[in-house]
Design a protein around this ligand. Structure first.
Ligand code: HEC
Ligand code: HEC
Length: 356
């Protein structure tokens, strides 16, 4: 009898506490960023990653209210299974118009220290985050409308309170939350990472490809080298610099890239060296998505790179000696190596997927 009374009392207390409106407050619990053997990232100290901040950024990343007609989210062009890029050469915006550049991948943004976008026009990730919302070729929405739409949503009113001390639904907090979520997306568990940690073996072909990738081009032809590592350098396979990899000669520069930001002709047709992690799944390739396959990319570097006034010196050197002279076996090996950079854990990580 006594037991029944106490169980009933217990249930009443539970039910009562559930119907009480719970006060939503700021929660500073830090987000635990996992990055394996990658170096410690240099994150901005004025926007510490918190569990609730990352959660808000994830909600916003998948939120169609950010676009003019409420049909498009960031995730419409940045699709997780494709390395958060777009398989279309150019992405279609809400007005049905197409931009002129290939959507970029999103991972390891925390190690990106030299600007965002193909031409680096956004110095910080938080600056980047508000641009696609307002871009007429992308989501084409006014920030004041976004603020108003989110302010009508109880779910967002609460989540901004949990994520920020001032709890305000404003442009700054929208950009900081998106920055936090994008910083939380990390790719560090490819076969190549496991190999580096001594936990996986490369096949003979992958190992030959690895050597070609990391060996300098030798004009005498004694040593075979594909010269990729000078530009696709370091743990993320990018030197974080703007370069011209010989896609066009001067007469055919269509997109001036970095020069549009720096206004100097020395930067004509230079673009950010992209990371090669997950490259197998992020076709098409280059800033204008001109190559459909990785085979075409390797053929470009092997024999089709073009001379121009801003083409990187490494390519000019190769061009003068008649290309890299890779055999079909060498090319196949290089591709096998590139495929070791695919990271299934990242591509399938449910913490980056659409929230319920
Ligand atoms: C209509 C398609 C589209 C939508 C929607 C879109 N993006 Fe993008 N995104 C792109 C394209 C295209 C680029 C490359 C643009 C350029 O360099 O000029 C890009 C580049 C980026 C980059 C740069 C990555 C790097 O390595 O520098 C980030 C980060 C990014 N987008 C995040 C977002 C966020 C956050 C949203 C939502 C607020 C969003 N995108 C919405 C197409 C889109
Ligand atoms: C001189 C520097 C340089 C060298 C050497 C170089 N790359 Fe690149 N790579 C770049 C730049 C810059 C881009 C982006 C160019 C653009 O889109 O305009 C790029 C783009 C790529 C892309 C497309 C990435 C994407 O997301 O679209 C692949 C794949 C690639 N390189 C592989 C290689 C391989 C393999 C080698 C060696 C055979 C190599 N690169 C050598 C600088 C270089």
């Amino acid at each position: 009898m006594n037991k029944i009374v106490s169980v009933t009392l217990f249930l009443i207390i539970i039910i009562a506490s559930c119907t009480d409106p719970v006060e939503v407050t700021y929660d500073s619990s830090p987000f635990n960023l996992q990055y394996g053997s990658l170096p410690t990232p240099d994150l901005p100290s004025d926007n510490p990653l918190t569990v609730e901040g990352v959660k808000l950024g994830r909600m916003l990343f998948y939120e169609t209210l950010l676009s003019k007609d409420n049909t498009q989210a960031c995730a419409s062009c940045h699709i997780q299974k494709d390395g958060f890029s777009d398989l279309n050469q150019f992405s279609k915006g809400v007005e049905g118009k197409f931009g002129g550049r290939q959507a970029m991948t999103i991972f390891n943004m925390a190690w990106h220290n030299n600007g965002f976008f193909w031409d680096g026009r956004a110095p910080k990730l938080r600056d980047q985050a508000l641009k696609p919302i307002q871009d007429p070729l992308e989501m084409n929405e006014k920030l004041e409308n976004v603020r108003a739409k989110l302010s009508n949503s109880p779910k967002y009113i609460d989540q901004f309170k949990r994520a920020f001390v001032n709890g305000t639904i404003d442009d700054k907090n929208i950009s900081l939350a998106l920055e936090q979520f994008m910083f939380s997306i990390v790719s560090y568990q490819s076969k190549y990472d496991q190999y580096k940690d001594g936990k996986a073996m490369l096949t003979d072909s992958e190992e030959r490809g690895r050597q070609l990738f990391f060996t300098e081009f030798d004009p005498s032809g004694k040593v075979k080298g594909a010269e990729c590592f000078h530009c696709h350098a370091g743990p993320n396979f990018t030197n974080d610099e703007y370069m011209n990899n010989g896609l066009d000669d001067d007469a055919n520069f269509k997109d001036l890239g970095r020069a549009k930001v720096t206004m100097t002709t020395d930067d004509n047709a230079k673009f950010l060296t992209p990371s090669l992690r997950n490259i197998e799944v992020t076709a098409p390739y280059m800033h204008d998505g001109r190559f459909i396959t990785l085979e075409e990319v390797v053929d470009h570097y092997n024999e089709h790179a073009k001379y121009s006034t801003t083409a990187d010196i490494l390519l000019q050197y190769n061009l003068q000696s008649g290309g890299l002279k890779l055999s079909s076996q060498d090319k196949a090996d290089l591709l096998s190596f590139l495929r070791t950079l695919t990271d299934q854990s990242y591509l399938n990580n449910i913490s980056y997927s659409k929230p319920n």
